[in-house]
Design a protein around this ligand. Structure first.
Ligand code: BGC
Length: 723
């Protein structure tokens, strides 16, 4: 049984979250609405318009006369971005802006731990506040659609339920500090290739079932105070001037009361954008008074092309954000936050340690036993690389970042000899005078390999820190392919050949192709761009101080061609409309429907202990389905298991994916102990979106309920009849 302490903790969290959610964006705060209207009525047109566009790179204009402050925005989201110049993206050259660097969103998602998502959000919000920021530009909740997506590492998952469940507490955590979160990029920014011009066409059903639920949860359950429109087009209109997204859905259906800003440089018009529902224009490359929402907006109002009512609504959305972050009103009660504290490092460590995914562990090579090992060989550029500053807008000038090699050194002390050699070179490119880019290696690849073999032969275990870096997982560019770059595959294969205890640790935020190394490598661990404590976390997993409990938040395909967008030839840039023909079959939904075997499936992750599942019971009432079952830790060390609940709908009314995640629970268990787990699903969550009636519909018939340790490791099944 779950121990009493755990129960109390879960209860406290439920109370905390449900109180926080009770507000909801739809909630009519008539007293506040009245205060806002009163303020708006005192403003001149020029004063209103000053609020609606950037007047530096990261602030809008305030209104001093009426005590309305500027909004100070900052990236985000895995730490407060360094201070940058008022008029460009250049560094402002501060020396006091080194921040805490937290695990990236993919890592947060891989913990499947809602409580940790809340804690990371809370720590982030506190740092933003302490640096005087009002809005944190994140989290990004776009669906991971293609393995090549440059910003996959900044997003959470290929599954809308996992995104929603993790992002709600994350946003709540941020906003407890009187800082607004900003859910981005609304919507369908699923690739960086031609992100500013690509025109996405997706069915209304896939939009509702796959691409929007994360945003909707952020608004309706997370009560997020701001949102950012995306760079791309959707059905012919840029998302910053897309009436269907910004007004029909966000405002009218979801009741969003906060403010929508454009992405930086993502505004393309005055009248169309204003009437479509954009509130705040940021980052356009022209003088601030010439922004679409500056002087041209004043003109458009004078000409009657944009009504005063539309302007007033925009101002109200900004004032709503200012009141709710206590910049106006309860200003004395506004929290002041804390910057770079041991408590924040602890949160970064806790998230990192729970995010690491043990993909494969033949012969239980991991954890390494410190008592029987004398020498360890360590290889790889990623053993010593710091990733915090990379990736572009989400880069963080980190106060510190423990690398994997540093983490390992601190765990082995003097007892074990460590031999480090890079093994492969992260070759940097050089741009010639004619603009062509060439790779200029510093070392001879063969001699690096020979040196590695020599060290590996003499070691009791070899650890290769491989994977990607932010030259690949980055904003602005997609990856060209899924290959492991440089000569990493050669290194892994030669080392694994001479050392049977070879461990490969992948640092990356998007899938890589394992085909050339999967068979030769006995152990594969997936680590992420894992924040300032990432090196300590991975070292603790390797030596067993931490029992891994992360599960993959996206499928690792065997090849790029398996993946839906690529299988259907639906990945390209602006040259023609981009159709998402896979429709609702995104991620594992596609792999299951097509009977494809990925390298590692969605939800997969091993532990150093084993779990047994038993005793499934399913009950239903009018509103919900209640599933209970038992998990026992059948091994000899404490561990945590993420039990995943999937449903298969009858699928007679419309195509349904063979399996869809509808719930999960992460359970900590001491060896030998068991716990009864309960997962409730609302019947609304069983519905599909019927375009014909423009509404959600509950299909009657037999539903299969599956409980799995991954989407491909189903442990328990039961059927229910929905009448
Ligand atoms: C990114 C946003 C970011 C903004 C401000 C854009 O390039 O797409 O995510 O918040 O810049 O730096």
């Amino acid at each position: 049984m779950i121990r009493k302490k755990n129960l109390l903790l879960s209860f406290a969290l439920i109370v905390l979250f449900s109180t926080a959610f009770a507000g909801g964006n739809k909630h009519k705060d008539s007293a506040l609405d009245k205060k806002i209207s009163a303020l708006v009525s005192q403003m001149t047109l020029q004063e209103k318009v000053n609020l609606l566009h950037g007047n530096t790179m990261f602030t809008n204009g305030g209104c001093e006369r009426l005590g309305i402050p500027q909004l100070k925005l900052s990236d985000g989201p895995h730490g407060v971005r360094e201070e940058i110049s008022l008029t460009s993206f250049r560094s402002a050259g501060w020396t006091t802006d080194s921040a805490s660097y937290f695990p990236t969103e993919t890592a947060v998602a891989a913990t499947w731990n809602r409580n940790l998502a809340f804690k990371q959000g809370e720590a982030l919000g506190s740092e933003f506040r302490a640096r005087g920021k009002d809005v944190m530009l994140g989290p990004g909740v776009n669906i991971i659609r293609t393995p090549l997506g440059g910003r996959n590492f900044e997003y959470l998952s290929e599954d809308p339920l996992l995104i929603s469940e993790m992002v709600v507490p994350y946003i709540q955590g941020v906003q407890t500090n009187d800082v607004a979160a900003c859910v981005k990029h609304f919507a369908l920014n699923n690739q960086e290739l031609d992100r500013g011009t690509v025109d996405v066409y997706v069915s209304e059903r896939a939009l509702r079932e796959i691409y929007l639920p994360g945003f909707k949860a952020a608004v309706q359950r997370g009560n997020v105070l701001t949102a950012m429109s995306s760079y791309n087009k959707f059905r012919g209109d840029w998302c910053g001037e897309n009436h269907h997204l910004l007004t029909d859905i966000l405002r009218k259906e979801w009741g969003f009361k906060g403010m929508v800003m454009s992405d930086w440089g993502g505004t393309h018009s005055t009248v169309k954008a204003a009437n479509a529902g954009l509130d705040l224009e940021m980052g356009t490359w022209r003088p601030f008074n010439e922004f679409y929402f500056a002087d041209p907006l004043v003109e458009a109002v004078k000409k009657g092309e944009v009504s005063m009512q539309v302007i007033d609504e925009k101002v109200s959305h900004i004032l709503w954000t200012l009141f709710n972050t206590k910049q106006i009103g309860d200003t004395l009660k506004r929290k002041s936050g804390e910057f770079v504290t041991p408590a924040h490092s602890k949160v970064a460590y806790e998230v990192a340690k729970e995010s690491i995914v043990l993909l494969k562990n033949e012969k239980n090579i991991l954890p390494l036993n410190r008592d029987s090992i004398k020498t360890i060989a360590v290889f790889g550029d990623n053993a010593t690389r710091k990733h915090s500053e990379g990736g572009f807008s989400s880069g963080v000038k980190s106060k510190y970042e423990i690398t994997p090699l540093e983490g390992i050194k601190s765990r082995v002390g003097d007892d074990i000899k460590l031999n480090y050699s890079i093994g492969y070179e992260k070759v940097t490119s050089h741009t010639n005078e004619d603009g062509t880019r060439v790779l200029v290696p510093k070392y001879n690849a063969d001699s690096l390999l020979r040196a590695a073999v020599k060290i590996a032969l003499q070691a009791d275990a070899a650890i290769i820190f491989a994977g990607l870096n932010h030259d690949f997982d980055t904003e602005s560019y997609d990856k060209k392919d899924m290959n492991l770059p440089y000569t990493q595959e050669d290194l892994i294969n030669v080392v694994a050949k001479v050392n049977p205890n070879t461990i490969v640790v992948i640092t990356a935020g998007s899938p890589i192709d394992f085909r050339k190394i999967e068979k030769t490598t006995p152990v594969i661990v997936w680590s992420w761009f894992n924040g300032m404590e990432g090196g300590n976390a991975i070292a603790d997993v390797i030596f067993g101080n931490v029992n891994p409990s992360g599960k993959m938040p996206f499928t690792l395909p065997e090849s790029l061609e398996q993946s839906p967008a690529h299988a259907l030839g639906n990945y390209h840039g602006k040259e023609k409309p981009l159709l998402y023909e896979e429709d609702i079959l995104v991620g594992y939904r596609w792999f299951d429907a097509k009977g494809l075997k990925p390298a590692f499936p969605f939800g997969h992750g091993l532990s150093y202990t084993t779990f047994a599942y038993s005793d499934i019971k399913v009950k239903q009432n009018k509103k919900e389905v209640k599933v209970t079952f038992t998990i026992q830790n059948t091994g000899d060390r404490a561990g945590a298991e993420v039990a995943q609940l999937y449903i298969s709908a009858p699928g007679k009314e419309a195509l349904r994916p063979p399996r869809e995640l509808k719930g999960f629970e992460k359970i900590n268990l001491e060896p030998g102990k068991d716990a009864k787990v309960e997962i409730k699903i609302s019947k609304d969550d069983l519905k599909w979106y019927n375009e014909a009636i423009k509404d959600w519909q509950l299909e009657k018939g037999k539903y299969r309920i599956e409980i799995g340790a991954s989407s491909r490791d189903i442990k328990l099944k039961n059927d229910i009849l929905i009448k």
